[in-house]
Design a protein around this ligand. Structure first.
Ligand SMILES: CC(C)(COP(=O)(O)OP(=O)(O)OC[C@H]1O[C@@H](n2cnc3c(N)ncnc32)[C@H](O)[C@@H]1OP(=O)(O)O)[C@@H](O)C(=O)NCCC(=O)NCCS
Length: 194
């Protein structure tokens, strides 16, 4: 019998385990400036380096490796949309950093990011039992900030000139969400979709 692939649903997306067979989908749009200009590095990545990353990410275990990376799929079509992750997971402080990228620019601004962020936070608080999740985002990445706020993140503070991006040392906004706040919206027993 075929194994069920999906455990977590939102309104528009499913989050599922990354598979080595996702390599073609990952490489298709990863070297796209419109997506990568908001991320830590906008240097082109080869298929070999993406393959190496995927080998590691597909096996990452939250407590042993401090990282969980999941694939984002369109709930209706099953199309691969991107990845969402929790990393630097601290066993001591029960918190983790959050990261997300929807790869194809045509899929930006369609609600996928808000939904995937909400589902990943649900996993962070309901499955992993974390107490807090935080992130850093370029100060001008307003689309991301809007999506994060809709999913439950709050603005915490600004690191001045913390990232070199598009020719300038640019301020970075830190945002976070704590368990108590998220559970007000999604109490124990609730789900984010079906
Ligand atoms: C950040 C990201 C995950 C957000 O996901 P998304 O699916 O694009 O965002 P959503 O459609 O869920 O929400 C975006 C919100 O911002 C608004 N928005 C869209 N473009 C905007 C812009 N240029 N400026 C301000 N707001 C914008 C949308 O209207 C929407 O708000 P609304 O629902 O109140 O109308 C996605 O854009 C992405 O992967 N971007 C490239 C990589 C990246 O920036 N990663 C995050 C690094 S910190």
């Amino acid at each position: 019998m075929e194994q069920p692939r999906i455990m977590y649903y939102g309104e528009k997306v499913c989050l599922r385990a990354l598979e080595l067979s996702d390599l073609d989908d990952i490489t298709e749009h990863w070297n796209t400036y419109e997506t990568r200009r908001f991320l830590n590095s906008a240097i082109p990545n080869s298929r070999a380096s993406e393959s190496e990353w995927l080998e590691k990410a597909a096996k990452s275990r939250p407590w042993a490796d401090g990282e969980l990376v999941l694939a984002i799929e369109d709930k209706g079509t099953g199309d691969f949309l991107g990845t969402v992750s929790l990393f630097d997971i601290s066993k001591q402080h029960r918190r983790a950093e959050f990261g997300i990228a929807i790869h194809n620019p045509e899929n930006l601004g369609k609600g996928y990011g808000t939904d995937a962020t909400t589902v990943m936070l649900w996993i962070a608080f309901h499955v992993l039992g974390l107490n807090g999740v935080y992130l850093y985002t370029l100060i001008h990445n307003e689309r991301a900030q809007r999506a994060y706020e809709k999913a439950g993140f709050q603005r915490v503070g600004i690191f001045r000139q913390a990232m070199f991006s598009e020719g300038a040392y640019t301020d970075v906004l830190m945002m976070d969400v704590v368990r108590d706040d998220f559970l007000e919206r999604y109490p124990p027993g609730s789900r984010t979709g079906s």
